[in-house]
Design a binder for this molecule. Structure first.
Ligand code: FUL
Length: 692
């Protein structure tokens, strides 16, 4: 038998080697509940309340509870739809700005208990809590601080009411994972809206420091969302995208909910932020948050939804996607269909991971449990880390055979703090290295959509970090091409144009609302279209026969012969049919209305207004008056009102009124969101044929 005495000193030596310590955390770091929340990744908002029945976005608070009467309310349908899409929770608007409560609160009569629904015995919160439990989803609560119904809003008494309601919601419905506080109202004149003179200084009035402890006491694992935390922060827009640079760090002591400059300055977080306040991207699957029948065909297109996925979950935030549950009390079938398409695309995009099983090496390695291999293994919690003091390092994956990919997924071990400030990705192609991406932050999850790349190796270069970097996971995928539906535009000359960016694609359209397919009219060049029409168009991949989604646009009379009478020719941009061009006057010489000659007398039943579509807009009309005339001398007021929530959701506004003849219209801005002169991207009319 061979002697094994030599083993003893070797083992002793190994045992005496100091264990390799993990990197020291770089503050701020997430609390456990924030880590758990981040893992939820994709969850649903449901905007369903009084507004659903009044066709509003912001109700006034004087609506009768009698109006709340869903005919087929089924929270199990919501839960199933969400579960099938891979969502993990549902946050319900238990009370929106109009103050109506979806649960029978003992502190108000303005609730389901005085509605005809279930003879006043119903409780939507209860039904949702049960449905979530059945489907294994988490339950979240939206309770609007702004309450247009409550007589004491603006006084200290209201805070007691608000806190009592919070207690009810957090006591009676089991575990709640997120409490969502909306920032609307207070501060600026616009947010007060019509029927609301009770402006509040949000920061001082709401006295959050005495509300948060209630949540901590009743639901210690719940995260609290508001514009600026404390646990989860707003992404600063409602169009579904986070930023390429996205820090989960925020100077929470100086950035507070309701700051007017929040969106512009702090939505992407702060590299030196003192607290962990990660972002959440909230957006609706339709233009509005609440259900409006006229948006049934305006459900976000598949490419838009796919963009949102990549620009929220793929940019270090969670994704809170809203469903405007309809008057029946169901997620509308059009929304379900879109969601199913999105689910399919995401499944296809991430069908096969291509990096695992290959060799990986690092330019610097801490060793121990923190080798490069940890970034490629199956364990999402294990991670590679560089040595202390190293802030630049590379991870290289070598393939046995060339691999074609177009997606990179990369994750830091955020439990130790967000560290990476800049990184690049290189690919080895035909023996030489080429940079294919150059980015900033990673955080919990960063996904890049890359050009189609065939490479024998890839290299992730961390070029700057707050401290020695950690990488928990690197993945590569090859996503199939997306077939985009055509964009539909009609110019001022009244010509219909269809476009898609891809090559090798044929376009087909109909003008009568029927479904387009390969038997519809083939589009080859612009088509004259002076009058109203419902345009439906598709793109068909000639090689595979795959068909895109249908694009649908309602057009009224073309503005071919229209003229703006009270401003120069530049103002024609407001009636050129192009959504991206706009007109507005200078501040020094403000023009607050637009008078348009329609060139002929039409029977009008309404008008449309599209505010400026660029992200840094100005002059969005919040309150309007619309006048008509047949002779440009005698004017009749046809409509007046508020464009609710236009700042956060600058979509087409559509106002109908009593049918009347008009050759001239005048859209007058009574107030704009920012006090600047009004700006008009488009103004249109609704004639008898299209106003239904
Ligand atoms: C906004 C609100 O004013 C909208 O109505 C909606 O609830 C959205 C989620 O937040 O600020």
């Amino acid at each position: 038998m061979r002697s094994t005495y030599w083993l003893l000193p070797v083992l002793t030596l190994l045992a005496c080697q100091p264990a390799i310590e993990p990197p020291v955390a770089i503050e701020p770091v997430p609390e456990q509940k924030q880590l758990d929340w981040q893992d939820l990744e994709f969850y649903a908002f449901v905007h369903f309340n009084m507004n659903t029945f009044t066709n509003m976005e912001w109700g006034f608070g004087d609506e009768s509870p009698e109006l709340f009467n869903p005919t087929e309310l089924d929270c199990r349908q919501w839960a199933k739809v969400c579960k099938d899409a891979g969502m993990t929770g549902i946050i319900l608007t238990a009370k929106h700005h109009d103050g109506f409560c979806l649960w029978p609160s003992e502190y108000t009569e303005h609730s389901v208990k005085n509605s005809p629904w279930k003879d006043g015995q119903g409780d939507v919160m209860r039904e949702l809590a049960d449905a979530c439990e059945e489907y294994g989803l988490k339950l979240g609560v939206y309770l609007s601080p702004w309450d247009r119904n409550h007589a004491d809003y603006g006084k200290p008494e209201y805070l007691t009411y608000f806190r009592n309601q919070l207690r009810e919601l957090l006591t009676d419905y089991g575990d709640v994972y997120e409490v969502w506080f909306d920032g609307a109202n207070g501060g600026t004149g616009y947010y007060g809206g019509a029927n609301e003179e009770r402006r509040v200084d949000k920061q001082a009035y709401y006295d959050w420091q005495n509300t948060y402890p209630i949540i901590r006491e009743l639901q210690p694992d719940a995260v609290i969302f508001s514009d600026a935390g404390p646990d989860v922060r707003w992404v600063g827009n409602e169009d579904g995208h986070a930023f390429r640079t996205m820090w989960s760090n925020l100077m929470r002591d100086s950035v507070y909910p309701g700051m007017p400059e929040y969106s512009r300055k702090y939505a992407s977080g702060q590299v030196d932020g003192t607290h962990w306040v990660p972002g959440e991207t909230n957006v609706s699957i339709r233009p509005g948050w609440y259900y409006h029948e006229y948006e049934d065909h305006k459900v976000r297109s598949l490419p838009q939804l796919v963009d949102m996925y990549y620009e929220s979950i793929g940019r270090n935030t969670t994704w809170l996607l809203n469903f405007p549950v309809d008057k029946r009390g169901l997620i509308h079938e059009n929304d379900v269909a879109q969601l199913e398409k999105l689910t399919e695309v995401i499944k296809a995009d991430f069908a096969e991971e291509l990096a695992k099983g290959n060799t990986i090496s690092a330019s610097n390695e801490r060793g121990g449990d923190y080798t490069a291999a940890e970034a490629l293994d199956e364990d999402p919690k294990s991670y590679w880390a560089a040595e202390d003091g190293v802030t630049e390092a590379s991870l290289t994956i070598n393939f046995d055979e060339a691999v074609t990919f177009n997606r990179l997924l990369v994750q830091e071990n955020i439990a130790l703090g967000q560290r990476v400030k800049a990184f690049t990705l290189e690919a080895e192609m035909d023996g030489s290295w080429q940079e294919i991406a150059s980015e900033t932050t990673i955080g919990c999850k960063r996904i890049l959509r890359l050009p189609e790349t065939t490479a024998t190796a890839v290299r992730l270069n961390i070029t700057d970090a707050k401290a020695c970097p950690t990488i928990a996971n690197i993945e590569l995928y090859h996503a199939p091409k997306l077939l985009l539906p055509p964009t539909v535009v009609r110019n001022k000359a009244g010509e219909l144009q269809l476009q898609v960016p891809e090559e090798g694609v044929s376009l087909y359209y109909t003008l009568d609302g029927t479904e387009p397919g390969t038997s519809a009219t083939a589009y080859t060049s612009p088509v004259p279209l002076p009058g109203p029409a419902t345009v439906k168009a598709v793109a068909v991949d000639e090689n595979t026969g795959r068909t895109s989604e249908v694009s649908q646009v309602e057009l009224d009379v073309a503005p071919t012969n229209w003229k703006v009478l009270n401003a120069g020719t530049e103002a024609e941009k407001a009636i050129d049919g192009l959504e991206e061009s706009w007109w507005g006057s200078k501040k020094e010489d403000p023009v607050n209305e637009l008078t348009i000659d329609l060139g002929e007398t039409l029977t009008l039943r309404g008008f449309t207004y599209l505010p400026v579509q660029s992200r840094y807009f100005s002059g969005l009309i919040s309150n309007y008056e619309l006048y008509t005339s047949t002779d440009n001398r005698n004017w009749t007021q046809a409509a007046a009102g508020e464009f609710s929530n236009i700042q956060n959701s600058p979509i087409w506004q559509r106002v109908t009124f009593e049918a009347q003849p008009a050759r001239y219209i005048r859209l007058k801005s009574v107030a704009t969101v920012d006090g600047n002169p009004p700006a008009f991207a488009e103004v249109g009319v609704l004639t008898e044929s299209s106003a239904n």
